[in-house]
Design a protein around this ligand. Structure first.
Ligand code: ATP
Ligand code: MG
Length: 271
């Protein structure tokens, strides 16, 4: 009988400090069933502080569901999710809302409001969550739009932008509250290889400028290689292996090797 989890590490060490500093996020033995299916099945992972972590894994393996647990859009059936020392499932609604303000999320399609200009999209969190005046808001929004190279498009509506520009606008909006944690759900989906590389470069630049915990969910090995300092490989709702990029790219684990080399040979098959 084959063991579904034979390739998954059992000794994911969550007690030690990674070389880069402290852990800012820890998930411990998280289980989550959705629609009668076990999606997260004993997921344990720690994400280092002030580092770009790439979360990699095949389609439908629970990456987006994991992200929803980090921002408290979903809660575990069992297990714990701790962000900056606070257990997300135990937070009261006001505390959860406060935590979410410290997390910037870039959703797959940028998730911009179609009826608002680029400027108003980026200004939205500031208008919603702060009492900053319009002059201060304009200063901050212009700065972030300059960072992502969209200052000339601030009056455009999202429908006038290319896919790459929409992602950059979403990125500017994710950064506007000066978050400690920034999460990107497949920032490279739908982009050509050159624009993907440019977006990754932008993510790196913003990280070196603002610091913080960056989590980039991707299936794109080139992106992971380009920007991932720490890598976590997810499969079947559980972490197969996690570690510093250098170690992961020379992993002995058959699944990790297959996935990181994009090979047809290995434990991952079509079914
Ligand atoms: N709200 C939901 N209700 C029922 N099932 C769900 C729900 N959300 C996700 N799922 C299921 O959970 C599994 C994992 O989904 P998830 O979106 O996390 O995958 P993913 O790893 O992000 O995949 P992709 O790389 O394609 O984005 C899928 O089988 C999906 O159908
Ligand atoms: Mg997803």
């Amino acid at each position: 009988m084959s063991d579904e989890y034979q390739y998954h590490s059992t000794d994911l060490d969550l007690t030690g400090d990674p070389a880069e500093g402290n852990w800012s996020i820890r998930c411990t033995d998280v289980h989550k069933r959705l629609g009668g299916v076990s999606v997260l099945n004993g997921l344990t992972v720690a994400i280092p502080d002030d580092t770009i972590t790439a979360v990699l894994g095949p389609s439908g393996t629970g990456k987006s569901v994991l992200i929803k647990h980090l921002i408290g859009l979903m809660f575990p059936d069992s297990g714990d999710v701790v962000v900056h020392g606070e257990s997300v499932p135990k937070l009261t609604m006001p505390k959860l809302l406060a935590l979410r303000q410290r997390i910037g999320v870039l959703f797959q399609d940028g998730a911009l409001f179609g009826s608002m200009s680029v400027f108003d999209n980026v200004a939205f969190p500031l208008r919603q969550h702060t009492d900053q005046g319009e002059a201060e808001i304009a200063r901050v929004v212009t700065e972030r739009l300059t960072d992502v190279g969209l200052v000339d498009a601030m009056d455009d509506s999202p429908s006038q932008l290319s896919g790459g520009m929409r992602k950059r606008a979403g990125f500017a909006r994710a950064l506007v509250m000066e978050p400690d944690v920034v999460i990107f759900d497949e920032p490279d989906s739908g982009l050509d290889p050159v624009r993907t590389a440019l977006l990754c470069e932008l993510i790196q630049e913003m990280h070196s400028l603002h610091g913080g915990t960056y989590i980039v969910v991707t299936h794109n090995i080139a992106s992971a290689r380009q920007i991932g300092e720490y890598l976590a490989v997810l499969w079947k709702g559980r972490i197969v292996e996690a570690g510093n990029a250098e170690r992961m790219f020379s992993s002995e684990n058959a699944f990790v090797r297959q996935f990181l080399s994009g090979s047809a040979e290995g434990p991952l098959t079509m079914d």
